[in-house]
Unconditional design. Structure first.
Length: 454
């Protein structure tokens, strides 16, 4: 298969008249620059970033938690209680249908793959299914149906807080001790191995609240060279709890007690000091940022300018999936820095525009976080690519960095996506997923069954 474009972002540079040759396995076999392109060539070709943080099942809650609760100061913690109540209703069939809708929306938004932070493991009372990896299989099946590349991240979740209190209510569906988690991981690993060549697996110790130091060490050992993802320093109350029980702030404790390196993706990190920010940047880990969800939950603002100035690596994820929009995640990240510092073009450099810094950083950081050979259009990489139409009122036939800036900050970049490939699978054509109608019909049936009162 050959994909041709009038301009493309190839190996970190803008190229005119490019032809990308994709082999039967879904990898890029060759790239011809200055090619003689045909009349069907795309206007622009970009790498499709990996969505580095998703809880697929939460898509079914979108729009249902925006009323004021009994607490006059609604917060992340009140939202969390509603989420646990909602969890009690979900069956494996529900989860598969919801995940398929989510993954389809990710592809239409321009993502080429996802790292699914998967912690919904068991039945409503916490009893494992006969197949302990039943839910993991459902998530993988949704990825296969939609064509979205997958890094599955089974989550270790053992406690309700740093005091090691027992899990209650909806949390019981997450719970495993390290030994049972090892069995879950092995079963999930077998499912991944039986699937597509581009899918992978890592581990996700949920957080320093939900996993004790010994459990964290066991999860890290289980990962080996594979990705390790963990929520870190998301909320002020979390920082205070960890500091009270472990004697240090979350980021400082983790960096002091583990060899944090390029395998790691630390999610949110919205409550870090300047010293912690610079230390995380030096580690080579990826900061997994979810600006739309962080805004929704009132998490706080990531120290983006300081982190990037220290050459920190980052990517973006849709997290709660209340609104899946790659370009809005990037714009929200930039705007948060501007609002905090009363600045403009906060993350731009002398050589690269704001949009270029954001898009290129998210593509490369997402690939690293997912342990996926993608993130740029280059020989040997998976063919995760986005085709863009520029002959419209949103991009106005602009090119290069200016076209990226227009897509991200003009607010309508997603409307300009014409095609998306994931490992060579051409799953979005003319702006729509090839199985959109069937996937959405099944999702709507599930939502009708679940109802709206949570």
């Amino acid at each position: 298969m050959k994909v041709q474009a009038k301009q493309g972002f190839i190996e970190g540079a803008w190229v005119r008249d490019v032809s990308v040759d994709v082999d039967d396995t879904g990898r890029i076999r060759g790239i011809e620059r200055g090619a003689g392109i045909g009349s069907g060539a795309l206007d622009m070709l970009l790498p499709a970033p990996l969505n580095l943080h998703s809880h697929a099942f939460q898509r079914a809650m979108a729009g249902l938690t925006e009323t004021r609760g009994p607490d006059p100061r609604d917060s992340f913690w009140t939202w969390r209680r509603l989420m646990y109540r909602f969890l009690e209703r979900l069956t494996p069939e529900h989860v598969e249908a919801i995940a398929a809708q989510v993954f389809m929306e990710m592809l239409e938004a321009g993502y080429g793959a996802v790292a699914e932070f998967h912690y919904l493991h068991h039945g409503p009372d916490g009893t494992p299914y006969g197949d302990i990896a039943e839910m993991a299989g459902r998530v993988l099946a949704a990825g296969q149906e939609t064509g979205l590349g997958m890094t599955l991240l089974p989550v270790l979740y053992s406690y309700g807080g740093c005091d090691r209190r027992a899990l209650t209510g909806g949390q019981r569906r997450f719970g495993n001790d390290p030994d049972r988690f090892s069995g879950l991981f092995e079963a999930s690993e077998k499912l991944v191995a039986q699937g597509r060549a581009d899918d992978g697996i890592g581990v996700a110790p949920h957080s320093l609240r939900a996993v004790d130091p010994d459990g964290l060490s066991q999860a890290v050992a289980l990962a080996g060279a594979r990705p390790i993802h963990m929520h870190l320093a998301e909320q002020v109350a979390e920082v205070e709890e960890v500091e009270a029980h472990l004697g240090a702030r979350p980021a400082a404790w983790l960096l002091d007690n583990h060899a944090v390196d390029a395998r790691w993706c630390l999610i949110h990190c919205t409550q870090m000091t300047g010293a912690e920010t610079r230390a995380l940047a030096r580690s080579g880990a990826v900061a997994g940022l979810c600006p739309i969800t962080e805004s929704s939950l009132g998490d706080g603002i990531f120290n983006g300018t300081e982190y990037l100035a220290a050459s920190g690596r980052f990517g973006v994820g849709s997290d709660s999936n209340i609104h899946i929009s790659l370009f809005q995640e990037l714009a929200t990240l930039e705007y948060s820095q501007r609002l905090r510092d009363r600045s403009r073009a906060a993350l731009a450099t002398a050589e690269r525009s704001t949009g270029r810094v954001l898009f290129e950083g998210a593509a490369r950081g997402g690939a690293q976080a997912g342990g996926r050979g993608s993130g740029q259009i280059a020989e040997g990489q998976w063919a995760d690519m986005v085709g863009v139409a520029t002959d419209n009122a949103w991009i106005c036939n602009r090119s290069g960095d200016t076209a990226l800036d227009s897509m991200i900050f003009g607010g309508r970049g997603q409307d300009c996506i014409s095609d998306v490939w994931s490992a060579g699978r051409h799953v979005v054509q003319e702006g729509r997923h090839v199985r959109r109608e069937a996937i959405t019909a099944r999702f709507l049936d599930v939502m009708a069954e679940l109802g709206q009162d949570i």
